[in-house]
Design a protein around this ligand. Structure first.
Ligand code: NAD
Length: 499
C-alpha cells in the first residue's frame, strides 16, 4: 500500500499544485511505500509568503511565550519518539534502536533551545562616554530554510528548526525526498505544541525546489546538510543571492589506531562506528589508519566482530544493521569495492551479493573491510557512504596525521591510544572540526556546535549550539543618551569620541 506524502504549509497539509510525484521506498523490502508530492513554483511562493507573514508576528512574541512552545514541543517529541523512530526505519532502513537514538540526539537540541533565554542575553556598557551607554542585542533573520539529507530524517531537521524558531524565525523544511514522512509528523507536533501556523512548514521537492529557495528574495537564510558538491552549490548560489548560508558537506572520517591502544575497545568501537546505520552517517568511521604493529591485530579483531553483525530488516529486534538507501547506492558501493580489489586492496570481509532471507528485493550490502588500501584508489578518494571500512597503514603518528590533513574532507576524526601526549598532539595538529579521543563518533552535545572543516563545511558558523544562535540572528548595537533637563549640548562637527 502506498500513501500520499503531503506538504505542510501555513498550518495545514496540502497536496500543493506541483504536477510531479516521486516514489518513496522501504529499502528493506524494495517495495514502494509512498508517493511524494513534489512542490511547484506556486507552492514555493505560498510557503514563503506564509512564513514571512507568520515570522514577522512570531519574532515579536515574548521569550516566555516562545519558550513555552519549545517546552511543549519537547514533551510531544518525547511522547512520539517510538512513532518517529518507526517512520525513520520504514523509509531509511536503519535499525529501530538506532532510529530511537537519532530522535534522542535531536531532542537534545530542542532542550538546548528551551533555554535560549540565556543565549539571547545581550551586552551592556555603562557610561562609555559621559551620559552615554552602549548595548547590543540580537534579532531574528526572518525566513530561514533547512535543506536536509536522507541519513538523519529527524535529527538533522532538529539540529536546525528548534534553534531557528526559538530565536524568532519562521522555518521552511525541505526534507530529503527519499525519506520525507517524518517531517510531516514533526510539523503536526509543532502545531500541537502551540506554534502559530506558518512558523514551521514542510515543502517537498528536489533540485528544482532547492534552487527556488536559494534564489527566492524573501528567504533570508539557508541551513544545508548533504553531500559536498551540493553543499558547495547551495553555498555559492545562496550567498550570490544575498542570503546567509551554512552548508555542511560530506566526509571521510579517519580513526587512527596506535599500537598502545586498548585493542579490544578500539575494535569494538571501530566496528560499531564503521557499520552502524550501514555506514550512512556523516560521522561514520570510513577509514582506519592503523599505525605500525597495530595493523594486523586491529584488522583481524574488527573482521571477527564484523562477521557476526546481523544484517536484517531494521524492524527485527536483533538486527544490528539494515539496508542502504537505494539500489543505485548498493550498486555504487559494490562497484567501488570491486575497483579496490582490482587495484590490489585485500578484501578481508566481503559484503557484496548478500541476500537477506525473505527480503530478496531489499537494498542490502554486508559489512566489508578493505585492507592495504592506497590513497589513489577510488575506495579512499570517494565518500562511499556504505558499510565499508577502508584500512590504510602508516608507520607513525606523524604519517597518520599527514594522511588525515591531506584529505579534502575535515568532518570528524578519532584516535585510539592510551598515551595522553599522543592524544594531545593529535587534537592540536589535525585539520578537522570534530575530534574524538578514544571516542569514534564525536558528535558534539547540543550546547557545543557541530561542524567540520575544509570540504565538509561551507560558511563560517557551525550548526546548533552557540553558533546556531549566531547563525539565525543578527546583532544590533545601540548607542544611547538620555540627557538630564539641565544638559548643555556639546554637539561638534568633529568625529564623536569618548569624553
Ligand atoms: P544530497 O546532497 O544528495 O541531498 C541533500 C539535499 O540536497 C536533499 O534535500 C536533496 O533534495 C538536495 N539535493 C540533491 N541534489 C541536489 C541538486 N543537484 N541541487 C540542489 N539540491 C539537491 O545528500 P544525501 O545523499 O541525501 O545525504 C548524504 C550526504 O550528506 C553524505 O555526503 C553525507 O556525508 C552528508 N551529510 C553530512 C552531514 C554533516 O553534518 N556534514 C550530516 C549528514 C549527512
Amino acid at each position: 500500500m502506498s500513501t500520499d506524502i503531503l506538504h505542510f504549509i501555513d498550518g495545514a497539509e496540502t497536496a500543493g499544485t506541483g504536477e510531479r510525484r516521486q516514489d518513496v521506498y522501504n529499502p528493506a523490502t524494495g517495495q514502494v511505500s509512498g508517493s511524494l508530492h513534489l512542490g511547484g513554483q506556486e507552492d514555493l511562493n505560498a510557503v514563503v509568503a506564509a512564513a514571512k507573514a507568520a515570522g514577522e508576528k512570531w519574532g515579536d512574541y515574548s521569550l516566555a511565550k516562545r519558550s513555552a512552545v519549545l517546552f511543549s514541543f519537547r514533551e510531544l517529541v518525547n511522547a512520539h519518539a517510538d512513532e518517529l523512530a518507526a517512520i525513520i526505519t520504514a523509509e531509511h532502513g536503519k535499525v529501530l534502536s538506532d532510529a530511537k537514538g537519532e530522535v534522542k540526539r535531536g531532542l537534545e537540541v530542542v532542550e538546548f533551545a528551551c533555554g535560549l533565554f540565556e543565549s539571547l542575553k545581550g551586552e551592556y556598557s555603562d557610561q562609555v562616554s559621559t551620559g552615554i551607554d552602549v548595548f547590543s542585542f540580537r534579532q531574528p533573520l526572518g525566513v530561514v530554510a533547512g535543506i536536509t539529507p536522507f541519513n538523519f530524517p529527524v535529527m538533522v531537521p532538529l539540529w536546525m528548526s528548534p534553534v531557528a524558531i526559538a530565536t524568532g524565525n519562521a522555518f521552511i523544511l525541505k526534507p530529503s525526498e527519499r525519506d520525507p514522512s517524518a517531517s510531516g509528523l514533526l510539523a503536526k507536533l509543532w502545531k500541537q505544541a502551540g506554534l502559530p501556523d506558518g512558523v514551521f512548514n514542510v515543502l517537498h521537492g528536489d533540485k528544482e525546489m532547492v534552487d527556488g529557495l536559494l534564489t527566492h528574495p524573501d528567504v533570508d537564510g539557508i541551513s544545508f546538510v548533504g553531500s559536498t558538491p551540493i553543499a558547495k552549490h547551495v553555498y555559492e548560489t545562496g550567498t550570490q543571492h544575498g542570503k546567509r548560508v551554512q552548508a555542511l558537506g560530506g566526509a571521510k572520517n579517519h580513526a587512527v589506531v596506535m599500537p598502545d591502544a586498548d585493542m579490544s575497545m578500539a575494535a569494538e568501537h571501530l566496528n560499531a562506528a564503521a557499520f552502524g546505520s550501514a555506514g550512512q552517517r556523516c560521522m561514520a568511521i570510513s577509514v582506519a589508519v592503523a599505525v605500525g604493529e597495530a595493523a594486523d591485530e586491529i584488522v583481524s579483531r574488527v573482521k571477527d566482530l564484523a562477521a557476526g553483525i546481523k544484517v536484517a530488516d531494521g524492524t527485527e529486534p536483533d538486527a544490528d544493521m539494515g539496508p542502504v538507501i537505494t539500489p543505485a547506492s548498493k550498486e555504487r558501493i559494490e562497484r567501488i569495492v570491486g575497483e579496490a580489489q582490482q587495484d590490489g586492496a585485500a578484501v578481508v570481509l566481503d559484503g557484496r551479493d548478500l541476500v537477506v532471507k525473505d527480503h530478496e528485493d531489499g537494498f542490502f550490502v554486508g559489512p566489508t573491510i578493505l585492507d592495504k588500501v592506497q590513497r589513489t584508489m577510488s575506495a579512499y578518494e570517494e565518500e562511499i557512504f556504505g558499510p565499508v571500512l577502508v584500512v590504510v597503514r602508516a608507520e607513525s603518528l606523524e604519517e597518520a596525521i599527514e594522511i588525515i590533513n591531506a584529505n579534502p574532507y575535515g568532518n570528524g576524526t578519532a584516535v585510539f591510544t592510551s598515551n595522553g601526549a599522543v592524544a594531545r598532539t593529535f587534537q592540536r595538529k589535525v585539520n578537522v572540526g570534530m575530534i574524538g579521543i578514544n571516542v569514534p563518533l564525536p558528535v558534539p552535545v547540543a550546547w557545543h556546535s557541530f561542524g567540520g572543516w575544509k570540504n565538509s563545511l561551507f560558511g563560517d558558523l557551525h550548526m546548533y549550539g552557540p553558533d546556531g544562535v549566531r547563525f539565525y540572528t543578527r546583532g544590533k548595537v545601540v548607542t544611547q543618551r538620555w540627557p538630564e533637563p539641565t544638559h548643555v549640548s556639546g554637539a561638534s562637527f568633529a568625529m564623536p569620541s569618548s569624553s
